[in-house]
Design a protein around this ligand. Sequence first.
Ligand code: TRP
Length: 368
Amino acid sequence: MTTATATATAGEPTDPADHADPNVRADLSDLDAGIRRDPAAHRVLTGDRPTGPLHLGHYFGSLRNRVHLQRLGVEMFLVIPDYQVITDRDVADRLAEHTENLVVDYLATGIDAERATIFTHSSVPALNQLLLPFLSLVSVAELHRNPTVKDEIAHSSQAAVNGLMLTYPVHQAADILFCKADLVPVGKDQLPHLEVARTVARRFNERYPHPDGTTVFPRPRALLSAAPLLLGTDGGKMSKSRNNSVPLGADEDTTARLIKGAKTDTDRRIGYDPVGRPEVSNLVLLTALCQDRAPEEVAEEIGDGGAAALKRTAVEAVNEHLRPIRARRAELAADRGHIRQVLRTGSERANALADTTLTEVRAVMGSL
Ligand code: TRP
């Protein structure tokens, strides 16, 4: 089994739920090669809402991909979208703490702060100002049709849907386009938002070309991770807010307790059958990812050991794999001054870029 790569593999079976427009997704077959040939031709932007600690699902699903892309030499922007927290709740709880902990997780898993630009939404005013012209490029009906927004509204704890919830995919387009990123590593659920960013870029370029006919924005593409999705300990989607995840920063005993509490079944023979036995297969997969092996091999080795042996193996594999990351994490977490400096530097770089882009936008709009 190979380690995480930036892209899904060529010929991977496509899910009918995948986005209809193949251009929304990066060209999966030769993108990695294309990046290797000319990493400087690409720029990556992605981010995580500061609502809680990152977990194993983030790590195998996206953090490792980012590190891979950065090692290929692609410039990396990481937005911590603090304004996006208040789309589905009234107040952003422990915002500064969650924000700093995200930076700790990024650096501990291998993001190089010298080369990456890590910043919060709220510290880059010009980025947010792009939202205004961008909102004029989408219809209210389009905002209402977004399937991911609809799903988030269904899961929201708020009595009424607020305006920021409805418009946040456009705000996210500003996150991506302010730095003219062309590659956006995200989960499948974010594909409708990528489509919004692409639509905004296209319409803006058509409506406001430069006098010489060149255009302001690239059309960003989503990079879907090749890593299979990990489930939470309850068998549902692993999520920060569902109390079913193993945080990267959890200690070894907590990790053991969480994994031992995971849902399994009573068949003693351990196998890898994600459709028929999703919970057992999830622990097999987790072990395989940690040990960089094939899940079938892991299952074969446990054989008739049952769920108890499977869990013991999984706990050991996770703790062993994360040990160096957790050690780095602890060192980083002890130096808050350094973490804040990383954010300050990131915000300075992001502001310089956002100011330049906003000036260009205002020029083509005739509002300078
Ligand atoms: N909405 C994304 C999430 O919940 C986070 C995010 C905000 C993002 N802005 C972004 C992701 C821009 C990619 C690009 O995961």
